[in-house]
Design a protein around this ligand. Structure first.
Ligand code: HEC
Length: 189
């Protein structure tokens, strides 16, 4: 019996390893401007800065039912919200990181009342402050890692590094320059 047991355990372990090796390692994905997803490893346990639900769900790709986001910050970013928070004097320090996690909005009609909850994960957009690395965009590095299809694989949203300056930073400059290019305000709790 013990031998059979051991054989089964060995078979199960091998199967688990095979699946793990087949699944893509999301942390190996890299944005064309050099930002690797692995730099944000552990973002899932960062503090919530605020949730957001955009009127235009385009940010979640083609989400017809809308989009739910959670904007999270590492310890340096959370600290930057103390006092007046990020201001136009570029008060967010090097090392600060933000992850914006996006889900397709799912409506659950269950009693006692209907709710909009996070459905499928759409992707993760990130910002990292490093003035030496990203001098052309006021010290901010941008990347978006899009979840592809149903499987847990990710790819960079673009192959073109110029997009981060032309698209990401230009819009963040247009709307959030007065807050060191960060849109999201820290939600009270
Ligand atoms: C058309 C304007 C626009 C563009 C283009 C844009 N953003 Fe944003 N971004 C916003 C707005 C508005 C918010 C805050 C609302 C939200 O999405 O929750 C935001 C929020 C963020 C946040 C959370 C921190 C913050 O500033 O509030 C990150 C991270 C982020 N964007 C990354 C990116 C990346 C990476 C790109 C380029 C691939 C990009 N953004 C392009 C408008 C834009």
């Amino acid at each position: 019996v013990r031998i059979i047991h051991r054989l089964i355990v060995t078979a199960l372990c091998t199967a688990t390893i095979d699946v793990a090796m087949l699944a893509q390692d999301r942390w190996a994905v890299r944005s064309p401007n050099g930002i690797s997803f692995s730099e944000f490893k552990g973002f899932g346990s960062w503090q919530v800065i605020a949730p957001s639900q955009p009127d235009d769900a385009g940010g979640c790709g083609v989400a017809k039912d809308g989009c739910i986001k959670a904007i999270l910050g590492n310890a340096a970013m959370i600290k930057a919200y103390e006092g007046a928070g990020p201001t136009s004097d570029h008060t967010v320090p090097d090392g600060a990181m933000i992850a914006k996690v996006e889900w397709h909005r799912q409506h659950v009609a269950a009693p006692p009342y209907g709710v909009g909850v996070p459905g499928a994960l759409a992707g993760v957009s990130v910002m990292v402050k490093d003035s030496k690395r990203f001098p052309q965009t006021n010290g901010w590095g941008y990347a978006t890692f899009v979840r592809t299809g149903e499987s847990d694989t990710f790819k960079a949203s673009t192959d073109d590094p110029a997009v981060m300056k032309a698209l990401c930073h230009s819009c963040h400059t247009r709307g959030a320059k007065a807050h060191d290019f960060v849109f999201t305000r820290y939600a009270a709790r």
